[in-house]
Design a protein around this ligand. Structure first.
Ligand code: UDX
Length: 437
């Protein structure tokens, strides 16, 4: 099938490459010339495992191309809208400028029977509004909402073999046609028995935000337990293991630490709260404000632990920060707890030296005042305290005896509870995790 993907960021670039890999003929469209140039040359403009290989193989088949010209969408039957919906500056609500611009830009190039498919995460009610816009500008075309659940770091796998598909379809005449087109898009996944939920716009939009709200709540729940553990001497990691054995609860997303960040969970729970308030149902999701507050308190807790461990002041003390991305296997530093902690420590006068396998460039662009090194040993050399903030494999597997030989003070704050506490203590380190004795 011929399809266009509008927006070639973390979501759109992966979606375009995966659709081509599955046999479709895809054009990726973005306003950013440098991104399009990189993608067209088979290079991923951001770090995502498996994406460079996929881009190279898909472009070699001739089925994947990229363009900055919205007219390139003409001739495709299905048009995915995969642009960002960031948090508005100074507000909780989502900024829909890019979504509206993408749909407006697409309308002149739509033909009879085309389907616009929203993938961006939007406030409930957006799809109905955009559908009316499409109908007004291109009466023969329709709109569906098909939320995306991919995780950075696993984006290729999550797109090729999603754990479920959700179609939010128009009512009336367009319903069957829209479903048939989406079934063709996802024929391989459907053939592999991927669960499918066919529903209306509002449900499809809400599925996405409620999934992210649930995940954020799960993380803040365990982080709240970490706060209680900290005043009682309990160990939140054992607590998580024990409650996680209950299959109704499950162990996933119960890792206590410096909390969640990234381009999705923080802004999605805030946008959800703002939308619920607009709808007069603010109280229904008022708990998400608490989820957000718990999450942000954990960042402060890590900063406080570093200050305490250095006797009450970090001024002119060398602090090694291991990890900058919001999670491992990603170079994304959007709302990253790790970067936030590094910046706060720097603001307190610490001599911060930060390292990360993939995100130094992105972090440096936002916070050039920090010092960076690509070499973990250099970050550790002479450090008076070490803080682990992203659980990259190479940090989880650090040899505590080797690291001991490099630092000035053997003090480690494990902001992700990812180190072997006993092994580090045995090697002579003063170890402090989050919610751990
Ligand atoms: C999330 C959703 O998982 C995905 O379904 C959606 O499509 C987009 O948002 P992503 O932002 O890639 O995906 O990251 P995710 O793996 O969910 O992690 C989010 C944050 O939570 C990270 O900062 C991670 O470190 C943190 N986290 C996760 C925890 O602090 N503890 C956990 O147990 C799990």
């Amino acid at each position: 099938m011929k399809m266009s993907v509008i927006g070639c960021g973390y979501l759109g670039a992966v979606h375009a490459a995966c659709m081509a890999e599955l046999g479709h003929e895809v054009v990726g469209i973005d306003v950013d010339q440098s991104k399009i140039d990189a993608l067209a040359a088979g290079q991923a403009p951001f770090f995502e495992p498996g994406l460079p290989e996929l881009l190279r193989s898909a472009t070699a088949t001739g089925r994947l191309s990229f363009s900055t010209d919205p007219a390139a969408a003409k001739g495709s039957q299905v048009h995915f809208v995969a642009v960002g919906t960031p948090q508005k500056k100074g507000e909780n609500a989502a900024d829909l400028t890019y979504v509206d611009a993408a749909v407006d830009g697409l309308i002149p190039f739509l033909s009879e029977g085309d389907l616009v498919v929203g993938k961006s995460t939007v406030p409930v009610g957006t799809a109905a509004r955009l559908a009316a816009k499409v109908k007004a500008g291109a009466p023969g075309a329709d709109l569906a909402w098909n939320p995306e659940f991919l995780r950075e770091g696993f984006a290729v796998k999550d797109t090729i073999s999603p754990d479920r598909l959700v179609y939010g379809l128009p009512g009336g005449e367009g319903h069957a046609h829209a479903k048939a087109l989406l079934d063709e898009v996802y024929a391989i996944a459907l053939g592999n028995d991927t669960p499918l939920v066919v529903t209306d716009y509002a449900t499809a939009e809400l599925v996405k935000v409620s999934a992210n709200a649930f995940l954020a709540t799960k993380i803040s729940f365990i982080n709240a337990m970490a706060e209680i553990a900290e005043v009682t001497g309990a160990d939140v990691t054992q607590l998580a293991d024990a409650i996680g054995f209950d299959s109704r609860i499950g162990r996933k997303f119960l890792n206590a630490g410096v909390g969640f960040g990234g381009g999705c969970l923080p802004k999605d729970i805030r946008a959800f709260t703002a939308r619920a308030e607009e709808l007069g149902r603010g109280e229904s999701v008022a708990f998400l404000k608490e989820v957000d507050a718990i999450n942000l308190r954990r960042r402060q807790r890590v900063v406080d632990l570093v200050v305490e461990s250095l006797g009450g002041s970090v001024f002119q003390k060398k602090v090694a920060v291991l990890g900058l991305s919001f999670k491992p296997d990603s170079d994304d530093v959007r709302d990253s707890p790790a970067l936030d902690v590094a910046v706060q420590l720097n603001g307190l006068g610490a001599d911060v030296i930060a390292t990360d396998p993939e995100s130094i460039r992105n972090a440096q662009r936002l916070h050039p005042q920090l010092s960076f090194t690509e070499n973990t040993a250099d970050a550790l050399a002479g450090a008076e305290a070490v803080v682990i903030l992203t659980e990259w494999k190479e940090f989880r597997e650090l040899d505590p005896a080797w690291a001991f030989g490099l630092v000035e003070n053997a003090i480690v704050i494990d902001g992700r509870n990812c180190l072997d506490m006993a092994a580090w203590r045995e090697a002579g380190w003063t170890y402090q995790g989050l919610g751990r004795p």
